[in-house]
Design a protein around this ligand. Sequence first.
Ligand code: ZN
Length: 158
Amino acid sequence: MQSRPEPLLDELYRELILDHYKRPRNHSIPANAQVRAEGYNPVCGDEVDMGIIFDGDTVADLGLAGRGCSISQASGSMMSELVKGKSVAEIRRLTDEFKTMLTNPEQGVPEDLGDLEALQGVGKFAVRVKCATLAWHTLADGIEQHERGDGVVTHEEA
Ligand code: ZN
């Protein structure tokens, strides 16, 4: 008899988060980025700096830099892998899915979030949700700036 049904899965998720934290993917700002977006989560001190290259309404490339807790940085790394090459409409849909996974866990985990499913447990800790969503909100601001024709934007978690 086990008191917890999925200890192995928890451990795999923890390793996946640490792997993205220690070896963040897309961890450099593209020199020719069309949009720069900065995000800050004052509750935890997390920072994300993002450069985005658009091709029409597709995010052709993006790179991140930043510092902060493992959840904030791993979420940005996982997100960068997921959204590269996807359209703005698709990214908005994935953003909604990711936020729903955190805030309404009873709806289950969507299948198209890739490594981000490792962050599903974060929803149990309200204060950490802002860590997990920081990179996503920063990207959303960057996309809005692109649509408005501006270049640099700063996002601060409220
Ligand atoms: Zn954090």
